[in-house]
Design a protein around this ligand. Sequence first.
Ligand code: FAD
Ligand code: NA
Length: 389
Amino acid sequence: MDADLVVVGSGFFGLTVAERIAEQYGRKVLVIDRRSHIGGNAYSEANPETGIEVHKYGAHLFHTSNERVWEYVNRFTAFTSYQHRVYTTHKGEVFQMPINLGTINQFFRSAYGPDEARALIKEQAAELDGKTPENLDEQGVNLIGRPLYEAFIRNYTAKQWQTDPRDLPASIISRLPVRYTYDNRYFNDRFEGLPVDGYTAWIERMADHKNIEVKLGVDFFDESQPISKGNVVGNVPVVYTGPVDKYFDYAEGDLSWRTIDLKEEVLDIGDFQGCSVMNYADADVPFTRIHEFRHFHPERDYTTDKTVIHREYSRFAEHGDEPYYPINTAADREKLLAYRDLAAAEKSVLFGGRLGTYKYLDMHMAIGAAMSMVDNKLAPYFGKGDALV
Ligand code: FAD
Ligand code: NA
């Protein structure tokens, strides 16, 4: 193998590392992924029946306030002016999310100004009377009062976690933002938009470099092929973005994850719900939300007689499921510390990305973290010949 660096995983973390080392340091990078496509969870493809771009692993919205990341991603794609907004259905009525003055006034059938609404929520949130919240239910009441918590948060969270919120730790929610304006823009970041030609075009441009070779359908733990852990580690530096527990063969136990199931449907109507994301706040609806992909790109000339939706269901991940969101129990955090020690001691292997660090990372965070790894670890190694630690 003539690669200077092997990157395991072609998600945004792995591709950012690969692109920087190939372009900035002129080194040869070999990227492998066990999936049949690049891009990790941000991968999207045109639905064959309708041509509508579908985010295969769940809807992905790009947003960042990090100027360096924004400048970097704009080298590979232009962004539309899409601004994300989310609605929620509760007892047969549709409300704006996140909870804002519009939600509050509709819910209480009122016309409160900001100060009146703030006073009302403060009074409702005082129900625990200074007692420390002992579970998620009490925490929710303590943050926004019982009426809003029970309508919009309680059952939605129960569905996400498949657990009664009285049995969930208070720490899952540290804050529940309530806006005392009518602003219902979902993200507060300075920069937001969707890639004009789609995620896959963006991702392919990152990998399109003479010093980068991508091999798909290659599992790093498959010792029957040449780019495996056993064959590579110790010979060529590795950036590993797969699950950290898997790398060490679960020696410290499994880290727990939530996963989602997405049920895709093509419907014979032009517009199903009038928005890209509709949450379902109530317990009697088994899914958490419906994504309708045409609404992510209103500027595109999509067919007007069909539409594509994903119903999203949430559950605990088993071995073999795609790990999506770290659950982060106290036991997980203890195992993670042990894995971090093992990772630090694993010579010439760097662990990164959401799976390699057991951290939920938005795309801009994964890209930013990859740039930091290049700055702090790989630049000294490739640029100055320092040891890789
Ligand atoms: P990944 O994209 O997961 O890439 C890791 C890659 O490693 C995968 O392709 C995997 O196949 C490969 N791999 C793993 N093990 C092996 C192995 N043994 N051998 C070879 N290859 C291997 N971010 C946003 O900014 N906005 C959003 O709206 C958003 N929505 C999301 C919705 C969902 C449901 C999820 C799960 C994530 C969402 N994200 C969103 C986060 C975004 O997907 C991540 O930031 C991004 O995927 C992180 O990239 P990564 O490279 O760390 O990991
Ligand atoms: Na290491």
